[in-house]
Design a binder for this molecule. Structure first.
Ligand code: PLP
Length: 435
């Protein structure tokens, strides 16, 4: 493959001008640099095409959901068939029940399932059901951990904010009530001693602990998740795994299968959605039971529903995805490609002499532009954000789309795609070193 970028067409330029005027927020672009902004026309397999006819190899994959690649035939067929039979019933469908059954079989912590429309909703409802169960309000989350856009989730994630003393939280958005911030405790990921001491000190106020087991791309230190499980279990505090990224991706049973630690509740999204708006909350029956409509009359009920929750199109698509994931050799093949790309990336960074390291697991990893050891949010602040942005633009010059953080590898990336990408990374990193 060679990549020669077409000049921006008038149509795309006009669309970008209109976008800037009427849609300045709420959708993202691959780069902050205006020269690299694009409007997407279509995506197929591992390729994404802009309105000027430029076709890129896509490692952003919609921020991860397209683990099978874009417009996978089995997923398209399942969704298309369902479209003809209606898209939204509010009432339970056969697809919703079949899917819940599959999730319960796949995910170790899942006795029961509820459906939502995004990862943000899944973590939002996870925290609500935990609060209802524990009859407490406070949430402990980890600094730098992103759990979506809910008020309780959007705390102390931002690298642009000055870190506070643990366990104080800062809101990452204007418009979040100060009372939500005051109900949030922040702990350092991978520091079991400090985390345990915060949990023990606030045990009587805590509704739950929420953690992304692979924190962005920072792996848990040996014993960290196990220790977190132990202390929360001892104190009867529900432990939530945010598996919106890792669910069905790190392994069929997600990070809880991969790391061998079972939480009480789990939020899923991305991979299981196949690109449809979808989120799943699942967990232990004794906690999920708080959402049973049978509790309405008791006046002690966690409400978890929504108009589109469990819509049959998303459920049918998810069933088609699970069917593909179950095929023999699926994970081995995609993980082999992930490893090849990661190794190529590591070698290229090192050969170019750049201060950098690659963190992550299997098919999700990213370069961090620093030599300093990264074990949590604070240590990750040593990485150069500017170098990262340069790297992204240099890859765009070579026909590769990657997000600001991760490389997501899909089953649609071929060995040739990976070879081309490694060559592109080698030339991009050499150019960066020279520059
Ligand atoms: C770990 C994690 N949790 C939750 C979310 C929120 O998911 P969504 O964007 O579907 O609302 C994301 C999104 O990137 C995520 O990475």
């Amino acid at each position: 493959m060679t990549f020669k970028k077409n000049a921006r067409t008038k149509r795309e330029a006009d669309l970008l001008e209109t976008c800037g005027r009427v849609l300045p927020v709420g959708v993202r672009n691959a780069s902050y640099n205006p020269d690299y902004m694009m409007v997407i026309e279509k995506a197929q397999g591992a390729r994404i095409t802009d309105c000027s006819g430029n076709e890129y190899i896509d490692y952003l994959l919609g921020s991860g959901p397209m683990f099978l690649g874009h417009a996978h035939p089995a997923v398209v067929q399942a969704a298309e068939e369902q479209l003809r039979n209606g898209t939204s019933y509010l009432m339970t469908s056969e697809a919703a029940i079949e899917l819940a059954d599959e999730i319960v079989k796949a995910v170790p912590c899942a006795d029961n399932v509820s459906y939502h429309n995004s990862g943000s909703e899944a973590t939002f409802f996870a925290m609500r059901v935990a609060r209802a169960f524990r009859k407490r309000d406070k949430v402990l989350k980890f600094e730098g951990a992103y759990h979506g856009m809910g008020d309780s989730a959007l705390m102390s994630t931002q690298w642009t904010q000055k870190p506070l003393e643990f366990p104080s939280a800062h809101a990452d958005s204007s418009g979040i009530p100060a009372s939500v911030r005051d109900e949030t405790l922040i702990a350092p990921f991978n520091n079991l001693e400090v985390t345990t001491s915060i949990i023990e000190q606030h045990a009587e106020e805590l509704a739950c602990v929420i953690v992304e087991p692979l924190n962005r791309t920072i792996p848990p230190a040996p014993g960290f998740l196990e220790g977190l499980r132990e202390v929360t279990a001892q104190l009867g505090i529900p432990l939530i795994f945010d598996e919106v990224v890792t669910g069905f991706r790190l392994a069929f049973g997600g990070a809880q299968e991969y790391y061998g630690v079972t939480p009480d509740l789990c939020a899923l999204g991305k991979t299981i959605s196949g690109g449809h708006p979808f989120g799943v909350l699942c967990g232990k029956e004794e906690i999920m039971e708080m959402a049973s409509p049978m509790r309405i009359l008791k006046g002690d009920w966690a409400r978890l529903s929504g108009t589109f929750s469990g819509n049959p199109v998303s459920c049918r698509a998810a069933l088609a995805i699970i069917n593909e994931l179950k095929k023999p050799g699926f994970y081995e093949t995609v993980e082999k490609r992930g490893l090849k790309l990661r190794t190529g990336l590591e070698n290229a960074l090192s050969n170019a002499g750049l201060s950098a390291q690659v963190l992550g697991e299997r098919t999700v990893f990213q370069p961090w532009f620093t030599d300093a050891s990264i074990v949590d949010h604070r240590s990750s602040l040593a990485a150069s954000a500017g170098t990262n942005l340069k790297f992204i633009d240099k890859l765009l010059d070579r026909g590769i789309v990657k997000g600001h953080e991760k490389f997501f590898v899909s089953a649609a990336h071929t060995d040739e795609d990976i070879d081309y990408t490694i060559e592109a990374i080698e030339s991009a990193t050499m150019e960066m070193a020279e520059g």
